[in-house]
Structure formats: structure tokens, C-alpha cells
Design a protein around this ligand. Structure first.
Ligand code: GLN
Length: 507
């Protein structure tokens, strides 16, 4: 019999519905695994009592046959109730029942009085919350080394380990989410993606993750980093599981998120099995240039060949401003961050310095103590590019190029249906290897930033292994609101390959 932790969300949900296993047993099993593998440093908050209370309530509903929810959307696909399925949340989502730290000292001990829309929606489908997962401070980073929070079972901040090789980073900023899913400590997790933070850690840990179209999932209750880019999405082992969870996460939240799209929720499982015969896959030449390491290229090329075998056609396309996405993103994201983070002033919530002389001194000391180096770096860059005299030269210029990057995608989509390429130029690097070199981290975001800047949906799916037997992810990018198509294209690949079922040794 397959162990509970090796079941997909879809399989687990079916077993719960059939009463082969209870929500309580399932939650206990995963909580025990999370504790047993505390050395991976994935969880930053666990509260057995809360989780088991939720599970007991789900069991009552399952017993009465009154399970809530259908996985979102209008039904008709494989979506059944997700009642009793446990998942864990990136610690950037506000939760009433668990502390919310966003990986920062600034929010040490902070408890939100409300749940983020994503958490409410998932719990509203009967999903159980296992706890909160480690992330880079305010989601700024690509390695999860920027977290200032001590993981469960630790007394000091300790980097998350990649379960495929514990000397390597899991990616970031949703590194705790990716590592926990890969190590089977949770069947799935939430993540957020501002410039690649769902796709890159998914790629580095050999799991599947999707960032929907900007505005598709509500940002209400997500600790803000760069508001014109931030999006939530699911991280799981299969495209089918991502479809189930994304269906439950999306939909309008117009009163609470001013950038929420007024587009009804969909059931993304309905089209998972659609044929991809004749699908035009755009292959941008800029994604396969010098910067791409040979091992990643080999794996992605093999995956593209597999798509040809499945009946798709590869079409060369161009995204000529790919390289510019790095300077553009690293102007716009810090600009928005510097503004968003101004709320952490020691007054409203979070950390306040103990000793200070006057108000200005209190602000200074609070912020100096509460923020880590990377966050301070971004606040300084952001304040600089927005300042009088530099605004036109940097911020405005970056906005203009952002528009051109979005236009380049529209040009490409006249020739293809989806775009495919690598997620990151290399496999996961060693812990500490780039921690003193912020620019080296920024450069590694090159293939995820363009879709973020354009607001397009993008996903990562396991496509093989590279150097050090580390997972390699393939990226799929779709046009606006084409999440169903992306998940379908990924699902067909996963039916023909077994990369997504491989698991790291010892888990
Ligand atoms: N690595 C990118 C950054 O540090 C992206 C982070 C994210 O998507 N949250 O900004």
C-alpha cells in the first residue's frame, strides 16, 4: 500500500471521501513527519491543537456526508471535495490561528486578526492547515537564506535544506514550501511569486508549481512585497494537484484587492486531459543563450522532444528584452517594496526598539533592528530610484521597458500557444555559495522575471535531473488567463513521463 505521504492531493482527497482514512489520521501523519524532519528547517510554525481541531471538524462533516466544497469552479472535471486534505502555507499569508512573520524579525510574534483570502478560501473547501512554511524575508530572495526566523525545532535562524541534497538551497523565496512538498512533509503548499518565487523553488526541488495571471488570485492578507507583481499560487507534486488547488484559490475579491480580476473561478481540472496534438510551443531563443548551463539545457531539450512526440510543434520565437528584465525588475520591485515596507514603523504592528530618545530615533532603531540586510538594500535602492531627480531616469524608464516586455510576449503569442524554456539557468546551488553576492542571485532570476513583469501565468514542472543529480524544472508561460491550458499541457507531459514521481532518498 502506498504510504499516506506518497499520495497526491487527488488520491488523498478520494481516500478521505471513501473514508479509507480519516482527516485526523492524515493530519497526525504529516505533523509527525514535519517534526521528524525538522532538520530540513521548512516549518516555522506548527500548532497541533489547531490542526487537529480542524481535522476533527472535517471528519464530522465527512461522516455526515456534508463535506464542503467541490474544489472550486463549476465541476465537471476530476475536482471533488478537498475535505480533510492537509496543506501548509508560506509564512507570507496572514493566518489567525498561526503567527505570521514573513520571515522577518520585524513581525516576530505577530498574530494577524484575520485570514488572508487564499487561506479562507482553502479552509472554506475543508482543507486543513498543517502550519506555516519558511521563506525569504518579505519574499525577497532566491535561496531562502534571507529568513530571519528560527524554524520549528531550532532556536536561531537556520537555512532551509533542499531534500535532494541537504548541502544545497531549496530556492526562494518559497523555499520552505518547495522543500516541504518534495520531502513529503505536506501533500501541497501555498507559495507566492513576485519574480519567480513559486517557479524557481519548484524547479530546484523537483515539484510542480503555478503562478496564475496577475490579479487572478487575491492578494488580500498576503504580506506585500511588490504589489504590481505579487501573486499567490499552489505548489504540489503534480499538475493535477495544482489544478485542484488553484481552482479553489482563484476568483474575484473586488472589495478587498483593488487589482483583483473580475473573472469567475474556474475548474482547472476539466481540461487536464485535452489533446495537445498540434499545440504550438514557442521556444524563445533568448532563453537558450550563453547563460544557460549545459546540464539544464540537456534536460529542457529532452522535455521539448517529448512534447514533439506528444504531437506538439516547436516554434522558434523571440523575447528580445529578456536580459533587460533583470534591471527593470530590480528597479520596480524595490521601488514598490520601499513604499510597502514604510508601514513597519514600530507603531502599528510588529517589532519596536526598546530604547530610543524621540520618535525619529524610534523609527530608525526599530527599522535598523527589524529588517535584514537584503530588505534594507532594497529599501535603499527603491527610495533612490523614486527620488526626485532619479525618478525619470530609473523608475519611469523601467516602467516603459516593462510595457515593451509585455508587448514582446503578445508578439510571440501570435505565433505560438504556450512558451516553454528553462526556469533557472542552473540547478540549485550550495548553501552559502551566493549569499554574499546579491547580484549573482539577481542574475539567476532571468528566465522567471519576464512573465512576472508582463503579469502572465507561468509554471514549473519537473523535467529531469542535472548536475549533482539535482532536479531541473521546465517553465511553461501562457497568455493572460490561460492557466487551464498550462495545466493541461503540464498534465499531458506528466502522463508520459515520471520525473514528477521521483523522490529524494530518505523521504
Ligand atoms: N528572487 C526574486 C527576488 O528576490 C523573486 C522573489 C519573489 O518572487 N518573491 O525579488
Amino acid at each position: 500500500m502506498t504510504a499516506l505521504h506518497d499520495l497526491s492531493v487527488a488520491q488523498l482527497a478520494a481516500k478521505l471521501r471513501a473514508k479509507d482514512v480519516s482527516a485526523t489520521e492524515t493530519a497526525q501523519h504529516f505533523l509527525a513527519r514535519a517534526r521528524a524532519h525538522a532538520s530540513l528547517c521548512t516549518f516555522v510554525a506548527i500548532d497541533e491543537e489547531v490542526t487537529l481541531r480542524q481535522a476533527a471538524a472535517a471528519d464530522v462533516r465527512l461522516a455526515k456526508g456534508t463535506a464542503i466544497g467541490t474544489g472550486g469552479g463549476t465541476g465537471g472535471g476530476t475536482a471533488g471535495s478537498l475535505e480533510g486534505v492537509p496543506i501548509a502555507h508560506k509564512d507570507i499569508f496572514a493566518t489567525k490561528d498561526f503567527l505570521t512573520t514573513a520571515g522577518s524579525r520585524m513581525l516576530e510574534g505577530y498574530r494577524s486578526p484575520f485570514n488572508s483570502t487564499i487561506v479562507s478560501k482553502l479552509e472554506g473547501q475543508g482543507i486543513i492547515t498543517l502550519g506555516k512554511l519558511n521563506c525569504d524575508e518579505f519574499a525577497m530572495g532566491s535561496s531562502n537564506e534571507n529568513s530571519a526566523v528560527a524554524p520549528v525545532g531550532h532556536t536561531a535562524p537556520t537555512p532551509v535544506k533542499n531534500p535532494w541534497d541537504i548541502t544545497r538551497i531549496p530556492g526562494g523565496s518559497s523555499g520552505g514550501s518547495a522543500a516541504a512538498v518534495a520531502a513529503r512533509l505536506t501533500p501541497a503548499a501555498t507559495g507566492t511569486d513576485t519574480g519567480g518565487s513559486i517557479r524557481q523553488p519548484a524547479s530546484f526541488c523537483g515539484i510542480t508549481g503555478i503562478k496564475p495571471t496577475y490579479g487572478r488570485a487575491s492578494r488580500y492578507g498576503m504580506v506585500a512585497f511588490a504589489s504590481s507583481l505579487d501573486q499567490a499560487g499552489p505548489m504540489a507534486r503534480t499538475a493535477e494537484d495544482c489544478a485542484l488547488l488553484l481552482s479553489a484559490m482563484c476568483g474575484p475579491d473586488l472589495d478587498r484587492d483593488s487589482t483583483s480580476l473580475d473573472v469567475a473561478a474556474e475548474d482547472y481540472t476539466r481540461s487536464l486531459n485535452d489533446s495537445i496534438e498540434g499545440l504550438r510551443i514557442g521556444v524563445p531563443k533568448e532563453f537558450f543563450g550563453e547563460g544557460l548551463s549545459a546540464d539544464v539545457r540537456t534536460a529542457v531539450d529532452a522535455a521539448l522532444n517529448e512534447y514533439e512526440k506528444l504531437g506538439a510543434k516547436l516554434v522558434p520565437v523571440s523575447l528580445p528584452r529578456t536580459e533587460l528584465s533583470i534591471p527593470v525588475y530590480y528597479i520596480i520591485a524595490p521601488a514598490e517594496a520601499s513604499s510597502n515596507l514604510s508601514r513597519f514603523d514600530g507603531v502599528k504592528f510588529g517589532h519596536r526598539a526598546e530604547k530610543y530618545i524621540d520618535l525619529a530615533d524610534m523609527y530608525k532603531k526599530t527599522r535598523a533592528e527589524g529588517f535584514g540586510d537584503e530588505v534594507k538594500r532594497r529599501i535603499m535602492i527603491g527610495a533612490y530610484v523614486l527620488s526626485h531627480g532619479y525618478y525619470d531616469a530609473y523608475y519611469l524608464q523601467a516602467q516603459k521597458i516593462r510595457r515593451m516586455i509585455a508587448d514582446d510576449f503578445q508578439q510571440a503569442f501570435t505565433e505560438c500557444d504556450v512558451i516553454a524554456g528553462p526556469v533557472a539557468p542552473t540547478v540549485a546551488w550550495k548553501i552559502g555559495e551566493k549569499s554574499d553576492d546579491p547580484v549573482a542571485n539577481y542574475l539567476a532570476d532571468i528566465f522567471t522575471l519576464p512573465a512576472s513583469l508582463a503579469g502572465l501565468p507561468g509554471m514549473s514542472l519537473p523535467a529531469g535531473f542535472g548536475a549533482g543529480h539535482m532536479p531541473v524544472g521546465m517553465q511553461l508561460i501562457g497568455n493572460y488567463l490561460q492557466e487551464a491550458r498550462l495545466l493541461n499541457v503540464a498534465h499531458r507531459f506528466q502522463q508520459a513521463t515520471d520525473w514528477h514521481v521521483r523522490k529524494p532518498e530518505g523521504f
